[in-house]
Write a protein that binds this ligand. Structure first.
Ligand SMILES: *[C@@H]1O[C@H](CO)[C@@H](O)[C@H](O)[C@H]1NC(C)=O
Ligand SMILES: *[C@@H]1O[C@H](CO)[C@@H](O)[C@H](O)[C@H]1NC(C)=O
Ligand SMILES: *[C@@H]1O[C@H](CO)[C@@H](O)[C@H](O)[C@H]1NC(C)=O
Ligand SMILES: *[C@@H]1O[C@H](CO)[C@@H](O)[C@H](O)[C@H]1NC(C)=O
Ligand SMILES: *[C@@H]1O[C@H](CO)[C@@H](O)[C@H](O)[C@H]1NC(C)=O
Ligand SMILES: *[C@@H]1O[C@H](CO)[C@@H](O)[C@H](O)[C@H]1NC(C)=O
Ligand SMILES: *[C@@H]1O[C@H](CO)[C@@H](O)[C@H](O)[C@H]1NC(C)=O
Length: 585
């Protein structure tokens, strides 16, 4: 099965352009027993199967995912990473921000337009849930791909760190006052294509488009092929002018699309290395060894299955990341003039109970009762008052304005920062130990864009977006453990265009089923300035996405995202249409 999964070649990109279609997936989210690295554990899968299937569409298609929660004991939700959700912000799947958690026995229908080609992924965005397995590739093909004639076939390669314990337990252990060094959980192993043998069938004389996706909860990955060169053609859904690379450093949540040409002379196998690192500062001169690699994986591009499958690959020299020196294919110029700056200083911090948290400008992100988008929609003209949203580190920007985001990383490790709703321009991203941003020095003519940027240790990044996508979008570190520590902020884009924005009724129904208010400020108060009921400090016991039904048990947490009551007697399960061809067939 895993062999099929990785050697499957996508032909869709090479078929003639067809008119826009609706691609529908009917999914039941279920617990599945799996042993991707040899150690069995429960994982979250689809229809009693894991790995989760690939979502595949073409530019212009409407993607529909009918999601029914059959987990029984956990809530869930689905985020489509890198999909900007233009005119469909309520489909972003960010639990607590753009929707309520989806309780057991309920279903919702996600629907969005595949407006931009590229390599994306989907994952639960609910209480640290995706490291438990609920993630998969999302590929949007482009009949007008500028590089279409340069390759013969596509190959998806997903990379992930992997943990033998489930996420709620790992996070509960992390969020203890004695974790004074803010240590995240350490992975047990590395998965390539969710536990495949890493043997990828290739044919001599052909050129392949590899779509690398890092699913990790924490680690970055170096990827290298001993003898083969890569040509980068896309990063995070942005086509770039071709650039040669001998190795990639892919941070959690990032994607690289590269072309690899296989020599035409006879039978040969090519080893490749995936080496996970814990986002250490590999550029530091005196770091010995430069990076702590505990989880390496060697795979093979195979033309000769009877030949050598034991070849090794190593990376002798580590080159710093140069993604911000790539040039966008479309030559889009730097956004300007800047109307507003958003300066985010990241530090680890402690809350009033002495629990380890992560802070922007001294404030950790705390889940509130009402999803921020629902407050924005209901507060009328007062929706520009950021204090109405509670401690979600909110900022607003008016429609059409250019926002410059400055992130000062005060930690001695690299952090991958991700913005929902946009591929931001990387204006500056200097090397480690540059210190704090003071002013934006050099604005490139045509900055590259991506949706997740590596911000180096004790250094900063300057990013720009044009606020042309009304909605509520999270900005956060994509180390999932740091999200659970509170390393998130909220961009409220064009709130003036979100007054009375229409959200499908079934999204309100799932809130109602859990007694979660859907209007008013963060606590559901009609007066935006009434802070009564705001959650001002995180609960001391962490339960993750655990579903607590107060009719049979008492809640163990005051967390506002813990559902308090459910009425599973009236599930709103959808009638299913035939699901599109599965990744695993
Ligand atoms: C913190 O205390 C718990 C017991 O409450 C223990 O299991 C854990 O190992 C301790 N962690 C550290 C970092 O000392
Ligand atoms: C993993 O690979 C890297 C790069 O080749 C190497 O430096 C490191 O020693 C390897 N680690 C292990 C545990 O094999
Ligand atoms: C972008 O600029 C390059 C020169 O740097 C040029 O060769 C290319 O045709 C331009 N591409 C587009 C899409 O305008
Ligand atoms: C905005 O808040 C003020 C009180 O500060 C209130 O008088 C006004 O009615 C509110 N506007 C809307 C549209 O709710
Ligand atoms: C960066 O700014 C912070 C305050 O936000 C300060 O504590 C720190 O010392 C500064 N770092 C450097 C290298 O100047
Ligand atoms: C929910 O049930 C699954 C399957 O029995 C179990 O592995 C998992 O730990 C449970 N989740 C929580 C949060 O207790
Ligand atoms: C998943 O299960 C649903 C409900 O039984 C079914 O309609 C759908 O076709 C299944 N999808 C896959 C990928 O098996």
């Amino acid at each position: 099965m895993y062999r099929a999964l990785i050697s499957l070649i996508f032909a869709a990109a090479h078929t003639a352009a067809v008119s826009a279609a609706t691609v529908t997936y009917d999914w039941e989210v279920t617990w599945v027993w799996a042993a991707p690295d040899g150690v069995g554990r429960p994982v979250i899968g689809i229809n009693n199967t894991w790995p989760c299937p690939v979502i595949e569409a073409s530019v212009g298609d409407v993607v529909v995912v009918n999601l029914l929660n059959k987990l029984g004991n956990e809530t869930t939700g689905l985020h489509f990473h890198g999909i900007n959700q233009i005119n469909s912000n309520y489909m972003d799947g960010s639990v607590g921000s753009s929707q309520c958690p989806l309780p057991p026995e309920y279903s919702i229908s996600y629907s969005f337009t595949a407006n931009q080609a590229g390599t994306y992924w989907y994952h639960s965005h609910n209480m640290g849930q995706y490291p438990d397995g609920f993630r998969g590739p999302l590929i949007i093909h482009n009949p007008q791909d500028p590089y279409l004639s340069d390759y013969d076939a596509d190959i998806i390669v997903t990379i992930s760190d992997w943990y033998h314990d489930q996420s709620p337990k790992l996070v509960a252990q992390m969020l203890q006052p004695n974790n004074t060094k803010f240590q995240p959980p350490r992975p047990n192993s590395v998965l390539v294509n969710e536990g495949s043998d890493g043997l990828i069938h290739i044919e001599p004389g052909k050129t392949y488009r590899f779509r690398f996706i890092n699913f990790a909860a924490m680690t970055a990955a170096f990827v290298g092929f001993n003898a083969l060169q890569m040509q980068i053609i896309m990063i995070d859904g942005t086509y770039v002018q071709k650039n040669i690379a001998n190795q990639l450093h892919i941070l959690a949540a990032q994607r690289y699309d590269v072309l690899i040409a296989i020599g035409s002379n006879g039978k040969q196998n090519y080893p490749y290395l995936v080496a996970l690192d814990t986002n250490a500062d590999y550029t530091a001169k005196n770091a010995q060894p430069p990076i702590a690699f505990h989880n390496n994986f060697t795979g093979q591009l195979v033309n000769d299955f009877d030949g050598n499958l034991e070849g090794k690959s190593a990376i002798e020299q580590f080159y710093p990341q140069v993604d911000n020196l790539l040039l966008p294919f479309d030559n889009q110029t730097a956004f300007g003039p800047v109307a507003k700056q958003w300066i985010l200083n990241f530090d680890f911090c402690k809350d009033a109970n002495g629990y380890p948290r992560a802070c922007f400008n001294g404030k950790t992100f705390i889940d509130q009762k009402v999803p921020t988008l629902y407050s924005v929609v209901s507060l009328g003209d007062n929706n520009t008052e950021t204090s109405a949203y509670g401690q979600v580190n909110a900022i607003t920007i008016g429609y059409g304005d250019v926002l410059e985001i400055i992130i000062n990383n005060h930690d001695s490790a690299i952090h991958p920062f991700h913005l929902h709703g946009h591929q931001f321009q990387i204006i500056e991203r200097p090397k480690s130990n540059t210190g704090n941003w003071t002013r934006t020095k050099l604005v490139p003519d045509t900055p590259v864009r991506r949706d997740t940027v590596a911000v180096f240790a004790n250094s900063y990044a300057v990013l720009r977006i044009k606020a042309n996508n009304p909605g509520v979008f999270l900005f956060h570190c994509h180390i999932e453990w740091h999200v659970e520590m509170g390393l998130s902020a909220t961009l409220i884009e064009a709130p003036e265009r979100l007054v009375n924005y229409e959200i499908p009724q079934e999204f309100f129904d799932i809130c109602k089923a859990q007694d979660i208010p859907t209007t008013g400020n963060a606590a559901g108060n009609d007066d935006w300035y009434n802070t009564e009921g705001f959650v001002t400090i995180d609960p001391t016991s962490y339960i993750g996405a655990l579903y607590v039904d107060t009719e049979t048990s008492s809640p163990t947490s005051t967390s506002s995202t813990s559902p308090s009551k459910a009425t599973p007697s009236s599930p709103n399960k959808k009638q299913g249409k035939r699901i599109a061809d599965s990744w695993l067939e």
